[in-house]
Design a protein around this ligand. Structure first.
Ligand code: ATP
Ligand code: MG
Length: 448
């Protein structure tokens, strides 16, 4: 049993060949969120256990079954974050962001840890992109966070994701609803799973979220929360829908979406796909007007979402969504012998300082072997430097896609490289299907 060469169950490596895909997704998330005014926040991977007990909720599966909790050497109970919201709220309060202009809008890319049964789209270490918006009760904000998620999916060219929304009301209307729900489930108590029997007293809404087939079948017939909304919650929900329609964001109302915690309020939503099997929820979020207060702050209407990045990747791969090509180096220098290698090192430094990607063979193999290596790395240009080139000061720069060779002076290598690579790029430039006439550029202003 070679444990050291086996990753922990439910964890996944991202290999270099796939790194650009992950970077693309992450950069797109941040870019879109920034367009809406969300700025990155980074919080620690672990926090006091109590933060999650209160911030995620004692009655949730996450807290009851899924947390990675341990005592550190000082005897404090520590938990690896199972989600991003609680840490963001803690930081918002601790760092006084609550005293700055509201709403405060933050976003993050975090690893999350949950002890779950690993399967496709369900890991023990996974990653979320999330946003939080603190200090606004306006339905405009509910529609905005949904628009951020939607805009990310659109930019990534993801298809067939449906947006499902619901309102779970406020503590006032929910009291009525809980009563009705309890009455309903009480009559079917014997058939519920043991966990749900327990939930019946503690938080009957969680039963609606149970994944056991028997409980979900029973839940089908349960009263739905939107029938119990108070006037304010109903109006809020109507406005959210209007703002979504104004942005041409399609949605369906799914009364079964609940987030089952006391401090979650009003709007809840999920983006769901059918292309990736059972774990189809790629993004979940909503309003949590009671959470900041629960964690020791002033009552602050707030909301946010968490997007599962592994599920997003699965979805993009399943749909063959477009990814950008990985970057390749601009130049590979094949250097032979000590003199040439010294020159190559100097040129490489200058090239990189100008922003070019430039590689050499650290193992200083034969020309053939270096060429083969360069080929595998896929650099755009190649140059061979041996004693002869160092003596004459001239080498041949080879375009690896066209095979074209051009002489280049070692003394002014970077300049030469600029000219050659740029003129080749420009030669390919077409505007509206026609070759671009460069002389037009230089005659701007004309002769006087
Ligand atoms: P599920 O019902 O699938 O367990 P959840 O309600 O526990 O999801 P949230 O806490 O809302 O999920 O987390 C937000 C998003 O994070 C989910 O929609 C999903 O995309 C992703 N996610 C949650 N748990 C996992 C996991 N174990 N592995 C991979 N992604 C996950
Ligand atoms: Mg879960």
């Amino acid at each position: 049993m070679a444990l050291v060469t086996k990753a922990i169950k439910g964890t996944k490596d991202v290999l270099p060949k796939d790194a650009h895909k992950n970077q693309y997704i992450e950069a797109t998330c941040f870019d879109i969120a920034e367009r809406f005014g969300y700025k990155e926040i980074r919080t620690p991977v672990f926090e006091h256990t109590e933060l999650f007990q209160r911030g995620v909720g004692d009655t949730t599966d996450v807290v009851q079954k899924e947390m990675y909790t341990f005592d550190d050497k000082g005897g404090r109970s520590i938990t690896l974050r199972p989600e991003g919201t609680a840490g963001a709220v803690r930081s918002y309060l601790e760092n006084g962001l609550c005293n700055e202009a509201l709403p405060q809008k933050v976003c993050y890319h975090t690893s999350c840890y949950r002890y779950e049964k690993p399967q496709a789209g369900r890991l023990r270490e996974f990653h979320q992109f999330g946003i939080e918006c603190f200090g606004t009760a306006s339905p405009l904000a509910d529609a905005e966070i949904i628009a951020v998620a939607k805009s990310i999916f659109d930019t990534l060219e993801i298809k067939d994701l449906s947006l499902e929304i619901n309102s779970i009301g406020c503590p006032t209307c929910r009291a009525e609803y809980h009563k009705a729900l309890k009455e309903y489930f009480e009559s079917k108590k014997d058939d519920l799973c043991d966990t749900c029997k327990d939930r019946l007293d503690r938080n009957p809404m969680r039963i609606l979220d149970c994944k056991s087939p028997v409980c979900s079948a029973i839940a089908e017939g349960a009263p739905v929360v939107i029938d119990y909304l108070c006037d304010e919650c109903r109006e809020h929900f109507d406005m959210v829908q209007k703002y979504l329609k104004a942005q041409s964001i399609d949605f369906t109302i799914n009364p079964k979406i609940v987030r089952g915690l006391d401090y979650y309020t009003k709007t809840v939503f999920e983006f769901v796909s059918n292309s990736i099997g059972a774990q189809g929820t790629v993004c979940g979020g909503g309003r949590y007007d009671g959470l900041v207060e629960e964690l020791g702050g002033q009552r602050t209407a707030s909301l946010g979402f968490g997007m599962g990045l592994e599920r997003l990747m699965l979805l993009m791969e399943a749909q063959n969504a477009p990814f950008p090509e990985p970057n390749v180096a601009d130049l590979f220098i094949v250097a032979l012998g000590e003199k040439a290698t010294l020159k190559a090192v100097e040129i490489a430094k200058d090239m990189r300082a100008e922003g070019f990607g430039c590689l050499l063979d650290l193992n200083q193999r034969s020309v053939r072997a270096q060429m083969k290596y360069a080929d595998k790395l896929g650099a755009k240009f190649n140059v061979v430097i041996g004693d002869n080139e160092v003596d004459t000061g001239i080498a041949k720069l080879k375009n690896m896609s066209t095979g074209e060779e051009t002489e280049i002076a070692l003394e002014t290598f970077v300049n030469g490289f600029y000219n050659i690579s740029l003129s080749e790029q420009l030669a390919d430039l077409e505007i509206n299907g026609e070759e671009f006439d460069f002389s037009s550029l230089f005659s701007v202003g004309g002769e006087k």
